[in-house]
Design a protein around this ligand. Sequence first.
Ligand code: NPG
Length: 373
Amino acid sequence: MRLAEVELRRIRLPLLAPFRTSFGAEFDRDILLIGVVTEDGVRGWGECVAGHSPLYSSEHVAGAHQVIQDVLLPRLWPLPDVRAHRAEAALAPVQGHRMAKAAIEMALLDAELRTVGVPLAEHLGAVREAVPAGVSVGIADSLPELLDSVAGFLDAGYRRIKLKIEPGWDVTAVRAVRERFGDIGLQVDANAAYSLADANHLAELDQFGLSLIEQPLAEDDLRGHAALARRLRTPICLDESITSARAAADAVALGACQIVNIKSGRVGGLLEARRVHDVCAANGLPVWCGGMLETGIGRAANVALAALPNFRLPGDTSASDRYWRRDVVTEPFVLRDGSVRVPEGPGLGVEVDEAWLAELTTSVDRVRPPEQG
Ligand code: NPG
Protein backbone atom coordinates (compact mmCIF):
# COMPACT_ATOMS: atom_id res chain seq x y z
CA MET A 1 0.00 0.00 0.00
CA ARG A 2 1.32 3.46 -0.97
CA LEU A 3 -0.05 6.85 -0.04
CA ALA A 4 -1.12 9.45 -2.58
CA GLU A 5 -2.11 12.16 -0.09
CA VAL A 6 -2.51 12.84 3.60
CA GLU A 7 -4.83 15.49 4.96
CA LEU A 8 -4.46 17.09 8.39
CA ARG A 9 -7.84 18.51 9.24
CA ARG A 10 -8.62 20.48 12.39
CA ILE A 11 -12.24 20.65 13.51
CA ARG A 12 -13.96 22.44 16.37
CA LEU A 13 -16.72 20.43 17.98
CA PRO A 14 -18.60 21.81 21.01
CA LEU A 15 -19.35 19.33 23.81
CA LEU A 16 -23.01 19.13 24.83
CA ALA A 17 -21.95 19.92 28.39
CA PRO A 18 -18.63 21.07 29.85
CA PHE A 19 -16.43 18.21 31.13
CA ARG A 20 -14.38 19.06 34.22
CA THR A 21 -11.42 17.05 35.53
CA SER A 22 -8.68 17.73 38.07
CA PHE A 23 -6.54 19.13 35.22
CA GLY A 24 -9.04 21.51 33.64
CA ALA A 25 -12.40 21.94 31.94
CA GLU A 26 -13.28 21.12 28.32
CA PHE A 27 -16.05 23.07 26.56
CA ASP A 28 -15.37 22.33 22.95
CA ARG A 29 -12.79 20.14 21.34
CA ASP A 30 -10.06 21.24 18.95
CA ILE A 31 -9.60 17.91 17.15
CA LEU A 32 -7.00 16.86 14.61
CA LEU A 33 -8.21 14.29 12.09
CA ILE A 34 -5.87 12.51 9.71
CA GLY A 35 -7.28 11.50 6.34
CA VAL A 36 -5.14 9.26 4.14
CA VAL A 37 -5.77 8.37 0.50
CA THR A 38 -3.95 5.41 -1.02
CA GLU A 39 -2.70 5.24 -4.60
CA ASP A 40 -5.73 3.02 -5.28
CA GLY A 41 -8.04 5.78 -4.07
CA VAL A 42 -8.98 4.11 -0.74
CA ARG A 43 -9.58 6.56 2.11
CA GLY A 44 -8.79 6.03 5.78
CA TRP A 45 -9.43 8.19 8.82
CA GLY A 46 -7.60 8.58 12.11
CA GLU A 47 -8.29 10.78 15.13
CA CYS A 48 -5.65 12.36 17.33
CA VAL A 49 -6.65 12.47 21.00
CA ALA A 50 -4.15 15.13 22.07
CA GLY A 51 -5.91 17.91 23.96
CA HIS A 52 -5.76 21.63 23.32
CA SER A 53 -3.13 22.08 26.07
CA PRO A 54 -0.59 19.57 27.42
CA LEU A 55 -2.39 18.98 30.74
CA TYR A 56 -3.42 15.31 30.63
CA SER A 57 -0.05 14.35 29.12
CA SER A 58 2.92 16.10 27.51
CA GLU A 59 1.24 16.13 24.08
CA HIS A 60 -1.08 18.77 22.69
CA VAL A 61 -2.93 19.11 19.43
CA ALA A 62 -0.84 21.86 17.81
CA GLY A 63 2.35 19.96 18.63
CA ALA A 64 0.91 16.73 17.22
CA HIS A 65 -0.13 18.56 14.04
CA GLN A 66 3.36 19.94 13.56
CA VAL A 67 5.22 16.72 14.36
CA ILE A 68 3.01 14.69 12.01
CA GLN A 69 3.55 17.14 9.18
CA ASP A 70 7.26 17.85 9.67
CA VAL A 71 8.66 14.69 11.26
CA LEU A 72 6.42 11.64 10.92
CA LEU A 73 5.06 11.89 7.36
CA PRO A 74 8.52 12.45 5.83
CA ARG A 75 9.51 9.07 7.34
CA LEU A 76 6.57 7.36 5.66
CA TRP A 77 6.88 8.69 2.10
CA PRO A 78 9.90 6.49 1.16
CA LEU A 79 8.23 3.26 2.32
CA PRO A 80 7.26 0.91 -0.52
CA ASP A 81 4.53 -0.50 1.76
CA VAL A 82 2.97 1.79 4.34
CA ARG A 83 0.66 -0.67 6.11
CA ALA A 84 0.35 0.02 9.82
CA HIS A 85 2.94 -2.46 11.11
CA ARG A 86 5.53 -1.11 8.64
CA ALA A 87 4.71 2.47 9.55
CA GLU A 88 5.05 1.65 13.24
CA ALA A 89 8.59 0.38 12.68
CA ALA A 90 9.49 3.40 10.53
CA LEU A 91 8.27 5.82 13.21
CA ALA A 92 9.83 3.97 16.15
CA PRO A 93 13.07 6.03 16.14
CA VAL A 94 11.02 9.19 16.88
CA GLN A 95 10.84 9.52 20.66
CA GLY A 96 7.48 10.04 22.34
CA HIS A 97 4.65 11.72 20.37
CA ARG A 98 2.52 8.65 20.89
CA MET A 99 -0.81 10.36 20.23
CA ALA A 100 0.53 11.75 16.95
CA LYS A 101 1.78 8.32 15.89
CA ALA A 102 -1.47 6.66 16.94
CA ALA A 103 -3.54 9.02 14.78
CA ILE A 104 -1.53 8.12 11.67
CA GLU A 105 -1.65 4.43 12.51
CA MET A 106 -5.45 4.52 12.87
CA ALA A 107 -5.85 6.12 9.44
CA LEU A 108 -3.47 3.61 7.84
CA LEU A 109 -5.24 0.65 9.46
CA ASP A 110 -8.59 1.99 8.30
CA ALA A 111 -7.32 2.27 4.71
CA GLU A 112 -5.50 -1.05 4.66
CA LEU A 113 -8.42 -2.99 6.15
CA ARG A 114 -10.92 -1.32 3.81
CA THR A 115 -8.68 -2.44 0.93
CA VAL A 116 -8.98 -6.08 2.02
CA GLY A 117 -12.53 -5.86 3.39
CA VAL A 118 -11.71 -6.76 7.01
CA PRO A 119 -13.28 -5.05 10.04
CA LEU A 120 -10.81 -3.60 12.56
CA ALA A 121 -12.31 -5.62 15.43
CA GLU A 122 -11.73 -8.88 13.54
CA HIS A 123 -8.17 -7.82 12.64
CA LEU A 124 -7.39 -7.12 16.31
CA GLY A 125 -8.85 -10.43 17.55
CA ALA A 126 -12.23 -9.33 18.91
CA VAL A 127 -14.52 -11.86 20.56
CA ARG A 128 -17.70 -9.78 21.09
CA GLU A 129 -20.24 -8.02 18.90
CA ALA A 130 -21.17 -5.39 21.48
CA VAL A 131 -19.28 -3.91 24.42
CA PRO A 132 -20.74 -2.85 27.78
CA ALA A 133 -20.55 0.91 28.20
CA GLY A 134 -19.79 2.98 31.25
CA VAL A 135 -19.83 6.74 31.55
CA SER A 136 -17.33 9.18 33.00
CA VAL A 137 -18.94 11.99 35.02
CA GLY A 138 -16.93 15.19 35.40
CA ILE A 139 -16.49 17.23 38.57
CA ALA A 140 -19.75 19.12 39.16
CA ASP A 141 -20.44 22.53 40.70
CA SER A 142 -22.55 20.99 43.47
CA LEU A 143 -23.68 17.62 44.85
CA PRO A 144 -27.30 18.04 43.60
CA GLU A 145 -25.95 18.68 40.09
CA LEU A 146 -23.75 15.58 40.32
CA LEU A 147 -26.66 13.42 41.50
CA ASP A 148 -28.87 14.72 38.68
CA SER A 149 -26.36 13.86 36.02
CA VAL A 150 -25.65 10.39 37.50
CA ALA A 151 -29.43 9.74 37.61
CA GLY A 152 -29.72 10.67 33.93
CA PHE A 153 -26.92 8.31 32.90
CA LEU A 154 -28.33 5.42 34.96
CA ASP A 155 -31.76 6.00 33.38
CA ALA A 156 -30.12 5.86 29.94
CA GLY A 157 -28.79 2.39 30.87
CA TYR A 158 -25.06 2.92 31.45
CA ARG A 159 -23.53 -0.10 33.21
CA ARG A 160 -21.20 1.76 35.52
CA ILE A 161 -20.44 5.26 36.64
CA LYS A 162 -16.96 6.74 36.91
CA LEU A 163 -16.67 9.87 39.02
CA LYS A 164 -13.85 12.31 38.44
CA ILE A 165 -12.29 13.24 41.79
CA GLU A 166 -9.79 15.76 43.12
CA PRO A 167 -8.84 16.94 46.63
CA GLY A 168 -12.00 18.55 48.03
CA TRP A 169 -14.30 16.56 45.69
CA ASP A 170 -13.86 12.92 46.61
CA VAL A 171 -15.22 11.21 49.75
CA THR A 172 -18.29 13.45 49.97
CA ALA A 173 -19.15 13.04 46.29
CA VAL A 174 -18.72 9.25 46.38
CA ARG A 175 -20.75 8.98 49.60
CA ALA A 176 -23.59 11.03 48.09
CA VAL A 177 -23.73 8.83 44.98
CA ARG A 178 -23.59 5.56 46.99
CA GLU A 179 -26.29 6.72 49.40
CA ARG A 180 -28.63 7.81 46.62
CA PHE A 181 -28.10 5.00 44.06
CA GLY A 182 -27.05 2.00 46.19
CA ASP A 183 -25.15 -0.89 44.70
CA ILE A 184 -24.35 0.47 41.22
CA GLY A 185 -21.01 -0.22 39.48
CA LEU A 186 -18.93 2.71 40.71
CA GLN A 187 -15.30 3.77 40.27
CA VAL A 188 -13.28 6.98 40.58
CA ASP A 189 -10.59 8.71 38.51
CA ALA A 190 -8.13 11.17 40.07
CA ASN A 191 -5.99 12.01 37.02
CA ALA A 192 -2.86 12.13 39.20
CA ALA A 193 -4.28 14.75 41.59
CA TYR A 194 -2.96 13.19 44.85
CA SER A 195 0.35 12.33 46.50
CA LEU A 196 1.34 9.44 48.70
CA ALA A 197 0.87 11.73 51.70
CA ASP A 198 -2.89 11.48 50.96
CA ALA A 199 -2.91 7.70 51.53
CA ASN A 200 -4.95 7.83 54.74
CA HIS A 201 -7.50 10.14 53.15
CA LEU A 202 -7.79 7.93 50.03
CA ALA A 203 -8.27 4.89 52.32
CA GLU A 204 -11.58 6.49 53.40
CA LEU A 205 -12.85 5.56 49.93
CA ASP A 206 -12.45 1.86 50.84
CA GLN A 207 -15.78 1.91 52.72
CA PHE A 208 -17.72 2.49 49.46
CA GLY A 209 -16.85 -0.77 47.66
CA LEU A 210 -15.52 0.95 44.53
CA SER A 211 -14.41 -1.31 41.70
CA LEU A 212 -11.24 0.75 41.32
CA ILE A 213 -9.44 4.05 41.84
CA GLU A 214 -7.77 5.25 38.68
CA GLN A 215 -4.39 7.01 38.56
CA PRO A 216 -4.32 8.57 42.04
CA LEU A 217 -0.64 9.62 41.80
CA ALA A 218 1.70 11.15 39.22
CA GLU A 219 2.32 9.50 35.86
CA ASP A 220 5.94 8.62 36.67
CA ASP A 221 5.29 7.42 40.24
CA LEU A 222 5.04 3.64 39.87
CA ARG A 223 6.77 3.07 43.23
CA GLY A 224 4.30 5.41 44.92
CA HIS A 225 1.38 3.51 43.39
CA ALA A 226 2.87 0.22 44.63
CA ALA A 227 3.15 1.67 48.15
CA LEU A 228 -0.40 3.02 47.96
CA ALA A 229 -1.71 -0.34 46.71
CA ARG A 230 -0.46 -1.88 49.96
CA ARG A 231 -2.49 0.66 51.97
CA LEU A 232 -5.82 0.56 50.09
CA ARG A 233 -8.44 -2.17 49.73
CA THR A 234 -9.80 -0.42 46.62
CA PRO A 235 -7.94 -1.83 43.58
CA ILE A 236 -5.63 0.62 41.80
CA CYS A 237 -6.02 1.07 38.05
CA LEU A 238 -3.36 2.91 36.04
CA ASP A 239 -4.05 5.15 33.05
CA GLU A 240 -1.49 7.93 32.47
CA SER A 241 1.41 5.74 33.74
CA ILE A 242 0.85 3.02 31.15
CA THR A 243 2.50 4.46 28.06
CA SER A 244 3.56 1.13 26.49
CA ALA A 245 3.47 -2.63 26.91
CA ARG A 246 6.83 -2.37 28.69
CA ALA A 247 5.44 0.18 31.13
CA ALA A 248 2.55 -2.21 31.79
CA ALA A 249 4.99 -5.05 32.48
CA ASP A 250 6.94 -2.78 34.89
CA ALA A 251 3.77 -1.73 36.71
CA VAL A 252 2.71 -5.37 37.10
CA ALA A 253 6.16 -6.44 38.33
CA LEU A 254 6.18 -3.65 40.93
CA GLY A 255 2.63 -4.34 42.11
CA ALA A 256 1.66 -0.77 41.16
CA CYS A 257 -1.82 -1.72 39.90
CA GLN A 258 -4.34 -4.51 39.74
CA ILE A 259 -6.24 -3.20 36.69
CA VAL A 260 -5.19 -1.27 33.57
CA ASN A 261 -7.05 1.34 31.50
CA ILE A 262 -6.04 1.06 27.83
CA LYS A 263 -6.19 4.02 25.45
CA SER A 264 -4.61 3.47 22.06
CA GLY A 265 -3.61 7.13 21.73
CA ARG A 266 -1.75 7.11 25.04
CA VAL A 267 0.34 4.06 24.10
CA GLY A 268 1.14 5.05 20.50
CA GLY A 269 -1.48 3.10 18.59
CA LEU A 270 -3.83 0.16 18.35
CA LEU A 271 -1.05 -2.38 17.72
CA GLU A 272 0.71 -1.38 20.95
CA ALA A 273 -2.65 -1.26 22.74
CA ARG A 274 -3.15 -4.91 21.82
CA ARG A 275 0.30 -5.70 23.27
CA VAL A 276 -0.69 -3.96 26.53
CA HIS A 277 -3.84 -6.09 26.51
CA ASP A 278 -1.74 -9.24 26.00
CA VAL A 279 0.77 -8.39 28.76
CA CYS A 280 -2.08 -7.80 31.20
CA ALA A 281 -3.90 -10.98 30.13
CA ALA A 282 -0.72 -13.03 30.60
CA ASN A 283 -0.39 -11.64 34.13
CA GLY A 284 -4.05 -12.08 35.05
CA LEU A 285 -4.90 -8.34 35.19
CA PRO A 286 -8.24 -7.25 33.68
CA VAL A 287 -8.24 -4.22 31.39
CA TRP A 288 -10.90 -1.78 30.19
CA CYS A 289 -11.03 0.76 27.41
CA GLY A 290 -10.57 4.41 28.32
CA GLY A 291 -11.93 7.32 26.33
CA MET A 292 -10.75 10.82 25.45
CA LEU A 293 -13.97 12.44 24.28
CA GLU A 294 -13.51 11.02 20.79
CA THR A 295 -15.72 11.61 17.78
CA GLY A 296 -17.22 8.58 16.04
CA ILE A 297 -13.89 8.00 14.29
CA GLY A 298 -11.81 7.38 17.41
CA ARG A 299 -14.84 5.84 19.12
CA ALA A 300 -15.08 3.17 16.38
CA ALA A 301 -11.47 2.20 17.12
CA ASN A 302 -12.08 2.17 20.89
CA VAL A 303 -15.14 -0.03 20.57
CA ALA A 304 -13.28 -2.49 18.29
CA LEU A 305 -10.42 -2.68 20.80
CA ALA A 306 -12.82 -3.12 23.73
CA ALA A 307 -14.17 -6.26 22.03
CA LEU A 308 -10.91 -8.16 22.78
CA PRO A 309 -11.19 -10.95 25.37
CA ASN A 310 -9.37 -9.41 28.35
CA PHE A 311 -11.49 -6.21 28.32
CA ARG A 312 -13.42 -7.47 31.31
CA LEU A 313 -14.84 -4.20 32.71
CA PRO A 314 -17.16 -1.67 31.02
CA GLY A 315 -15.22 1.07 29.21
CA ASP A 316 -15.52 4.84 28.84
CA THR A 317 -17.08 3.93 25.50
CA SER A 318 -20.28 5.93 25.84
CA ALA A 319 -22.75 6.64 23.04
CA SER A 320 -22.26 9.64 20.72
CA ASP A 321 -25.13 11.57 22.36
CA ARG A 322 -23.23 11.69 25.66
CA TYR A 323 -20.81 14.11 23.97
CA TRP A 324 -22.20 15.69 20.80
CA ARG A 325 -25.38 17.10 19.33
CA ARG A 326 -24.24 15.65 16.02
CA ASP A 327 -21.28 13.27 15.58
CA VAL A 328 -18.95 13.43 12.56
CA VAL A 329 -19.98 9.93 11.44
CA THR A 330 -23.22 9.28 9.61
CA GLU A 331 -24.39 6.56 12.05
CA PRO A 332 -23.81 7.73 15.62
CA PHE A 333 -22.97 5.18 18.32
CA VAL A 334 -26.07 4.41 20.37
CA LEU A 335 -26.62 2.70 23.71
CA ARG A 336 -28.73 -0.51 23.59
CA ASP A 337 -29.21 -2.55 26.76
CA GLY A 338 -26.20 -0.80 28.25
CA SER A 339 -23.90 -1.72 25.35
CA VAL A 340 -22.54 -0.20 22.17
CA ARG A 341 -22.34 -2.33 19.03
CA VAL A 342 -18.96 -3.04 17.46
CA PRO A 343 -18.93 -1.77 13.84
CA GLU A 344 -19.11 -4.60 11.33
CA GLY A 345 -17.93 -2.87 8.15
CA PRO A 346 -14.36 -2.98 6.84
CA GLY A 347 -11.72 -0.85 8.56
CA LEU A 348 -13.17 1.37 11.27
CA GLY A 349 -16.60 0.49 9.88
CA VAL A 350 -17.96 4.04 10.08
CA GLU A 351 -18.63 6.57 7.32
CA VAL A 352 -17.64 10.17 7.81
CA ASP A 353 -20.30 12.82 7.17
CA GLU A 354 -18.16 14.90 4.80
CA ALA A 355 -20.59 17.84 4.53
CA TRP A 356 -20.83 18.18 8.30
CA LEU A 357 -17.06 17.81 8.61
CA ALA A 358 -16.61 20.68 6.15
CA GLU A 359 -18.80 22.89 8.36
CA LEU A 360 -16.78 22.02 11.46
CA THR A 361 -13.39 22.49 9.83
CA THR A 362 -11.08 25.25 11.04
CA SER A 363 -8.08 24.36 8.84
CA VAL A 364 -6.89 21.73 6.34
CA ASP A 365 -3.35 20.93 5.22
CA ARG A 366 -3.04 18.53 2.31
CA VAL A 367 0.36 16.91 1.96
CA ARG A 368 1.57 14.83 -0.97
CA PRO A 369 4.67 12.66 -1.21
CA PRO A 370 7.66 14.38 -2.81
CA GLU A 371 8.14 13.54 -6.51
CA GLN A 372 10.12 10.30 -6.84
CA GLY A 373 13.51 10.16 -8.64
O1 NPG B 1 -16.03 9.38 27.87
O2 NPG B 1 -14.39 9.77 26.50
C1 NPG B 1 -14.94 9.86 27.62
C2 NPG B 1 -14.21 10.57 28.71
C3 NPG B 1 -13.56 9.62 29.64
O3 NPG B 1 -12.86 10.55 31.70
C4 NPG B 1 -12.59 10.33 30.55
N1 NPG B 1 -11.46 10.70 29.98
O4 NPG B 1 -8.72 11.06 32.16
O5 NPG B 1 -9.56 9.36 31.19
C5 NPG B 1 -9.51 10.57 31.36
C6 NPG B 1 -10.47 11.49 30.64
C7 NPG B 1 -9.86 12.41 29.62
C8 NPG B 1 -10.67 13.12 28.80
C9 NPG B 1 -8.53 12.55 29.49
C10 NPG B 1 -10.17 13.98 27.84
C11 NPG B 1 -7.99 13.41 28.55
C12 NPG B 1 -8.82 14.13 27.73
